[in-house]
Write a protein that binds this ligand. Structure first.
Ligand SMILES: C[S@@+](CC[C@H](N)C(=O)[O-])C[C@H]1O[C@@H](n2cnc3c(N)ncnc32)[C@H](O)[C@@H]1O
Length: 281
């Protein structure tokens, strides 16, 4: 999945030429990278690879510039993964990583994984009973926000994140901002008319104070785009409009921070077994 097949071929040649004793594995790994196809998901950096492995991603190829250093990082931050990373990581010369990637992550780790099945995600999003909300982003524009929301949904064990509009929530920049946690929840783009069933709770500064209500476990919790807010079509279908507290003269919060507050409110008011709780509680 190189941006440029010519560069990927050059990287394969460089990997083969760099060190005849180690060239074979590196060259083979670069070839797997090149053959991964346009749908492969780029896991950029150690933390993205760590999360993706923990949540069951099918990692096709994982490269690093310093395997011993990466395994030391793993021993420190993710001891649960040291064995798998030892097996899966292939060391390649730093220049090869630079040839394959537009920008090499400071950890000099990058991997490609398969994009999960849309069918499985749609089944997870519509499964009943639903024990945790689905977050709906109505026509989001900023991929950093999309990734930050996926990360929140993963942390709160939400059922999934649905986007409407033309942005792909699996865009590499959204996956980068999500730190690999797209694999921990069901992330899909859907037509607004094809949303799963469930009460529609629309977040809108004009709504009722969120503190006076609980967000049901089976709710679709809807947030608007950064510039235009929630579309009239979705607002018109709302079962409830709810507002986050803001002092006078502040017009709105950032999209991702709004999702964070709403999911925190759900976690603080729900008795669902899905709500993450500290160990022993
Ligand atoms: C940056 S805001 C959108 C601002 C936009 N200019 C507008 O007219 O609504 C993005 C989304 O975050 C949510 N949001 C932000 N502040 C909120 C608040 N105080 N109460 C409820 N929702 C809020 C809403 O869903 C909103 O559509």
């Amino acid at each position: 999945m190189s941006d440029d097949p010519g560069r990927a071929a050059a990287a394969a040649a460089a990997a083969a030429a760099a060190d005849p004793t180690e060239a074979t594995d590196a060259a083979r790994a670069v070839r797997r990278w090149n053959d991964a196809g346009p749908d492969a998901v780029l896991l950029d950096g150690f933390h993205a690879l760590k999360h993706a492995l923990r949540f069951g991603a099918d990692v096709r190829v994982a490269l690093c510039a310093d395997k011993a250093g990466t395994l030391r990082l793993a021993a420190d931050l993710a001891p649960d993964l040291v064995e798998r990373l030892t097996e899966r990581l292939t060391e390649v010369p730093a220049g090869v990583l630079r040839d394959l990637l537009a920008r090499v992550h400071p950890t000099a780790v990058a991997a490609l994984a398969a994009r999960p099945s849309r069918e499985a995600h749609l089944a997870a999003l519509s499964a009943r009973p639903r024990r945790a909300p689905v977050v709906v982003l109505d026509n989001p524009r900023n991929l950093g926000n999309v990734g930050a929301v996926v990360r929140l949904a993963a942390g709160f064990a939400a059922t999934g994140v649905v986007t409407t509009g033309d942005v792909d929530p699996w865009h590499p920049n959204a996956v980068r901002a999500g730190a690999g946690l797209h694999y921990a929840t069901a992330v899909e783009r859907l037509d607004p008319d094809a949303l799963p069933d469930g009460p529609l709770y629309v977040l809108d500064p004009e709504g009722h104070d969120i503190r006076s209500t609980a967000l049901p476990d089976d709710a679709l919790v809807v947030f608007g785009s950064e510039r235009h807010g929630v579309s009239d079509a979705l607002r018109g279908r709302a079962d409830a409009l709810v507002a986050l507290p803001m002092r006078d003269q502040v017009s709105s919060y950032n999209l991702a921070t709004s999702v964070g507050m709403a999911l925190f409110h759900w976690s603080a008011t729900s008795a669902s077994p899905r709500v993450p709780r500290p160990a022993g509680h």
